[in-house]
Design a protein around this ligand. Structure first.
Ligand SMILES: [Zn+2]
Length: 247
């Protein structure tokens, strides 16, 4: 294959690779967007579940406390009756102390249950907020997921088609040249560069006259001494400036 024919293949390959990169970048972005929403949703699920569980736990605690309070109320009542039945001052003092003690315990429990009640309403509010956030995100995801999946499918098909075109092009390049191409493409994003008037189209390095002369003869590919890309001569397009790369 002549150098000219190989140049054409490499240029076609570079064009396909640029398109593939764009397609794959778009695919990655689309997939990441979808995944990030899904992750957000499952994190909201978890937080909602935790919040709901904590409301339940606290409600159970509060119910236990209310049970205790009822019992203590009965005890207070009994103690009060006992006080009213006292005959001696000593008995009355002892009964009075017991009643005070019980009343204090009752008030403590009552305060505890009020505290829990306010924690419960806070937790409920949080759970409701999480639930509405979750619903919103879930609806958003439900509405967009189908579109995104559809777009992903189309893009994936485009990629597959381009890969087929690419494979056909790769088959036309010698393995040595292809390895060199791939190495550069992976390292730099693009592997080839041309020169029309003595500078590298990729890195704009001014080339040595001897190298430029060698490229003009076009019997082999060159290498840019600055960016290492595969370098070849491309006749300047009439009408374009002498040195478009530096314009
Ligand atoms: Zn260069």
């Amino acid at each position: 294959m002549t150098i000219q024919a190989q140049i054409e293949v490499l240029e076609a390959l570079a064009a396909v690779d640029a398109e593939l990169k764009e397609l794959n970048d778009a695919l990655t972005q689309e997939r990441d967007g979808l995944r990030s929403k899904q992750t957000q949703l499952s994190s909201l699920d978890e937080r909602f579940e935790r919040s709901r569980k904590s409301v339940e736990d606290m409600e159970r605690m509060r119910n236990d406390l209310l049970g205790e309070l009822r019992q203590m109320g009965t005890q207070v009542e009994r103690s009060r009756e006992k006080l009213s039945r006292c005959r001696t001052e000593r008995e009355a003092n002892a009964a009075q102390r017991e009643l005070e003690e019980l009343r204090k315990l009752y008030r403590d429990r009552e305060q505890e249950s009020e505290k829990i009640e306010s924690l419960i309403s806070q937790a409920r509010e949080e759970a409701n907020q999480l639930s509405s956030e979750r619903e919103k995100l879930s609806a958003d995801l439900g509405a967009s997921q189908g579109d995104v999946v559809g777009r992903l499918e189309v893009s994936e098909r485009d990629v597959a088609e381009k890969v087929t075109v690419r494979d056909a092009l790769v088959a036309k390049v010698t393995p040595v040249l292809y390895r060199r191409y791939e190495l550069l493409r992976k390292r730099k994003g693009s592997a080839i560069a041309h020169t029309s008037a003595g500078t590298c189209s990729a890195c704009h390095m001014q080339l040595q006259p001897m190298l430029f002369q060698k490229l003009l003869r076009a019997d082999e590919f060159g290498q840019c001494p600055s960016c290492n890309r595969i370098l070849y001569f491309r006749p300047p397009v009439p009408g374009e400036t002498e040195n478009p790369e530096n314009a």
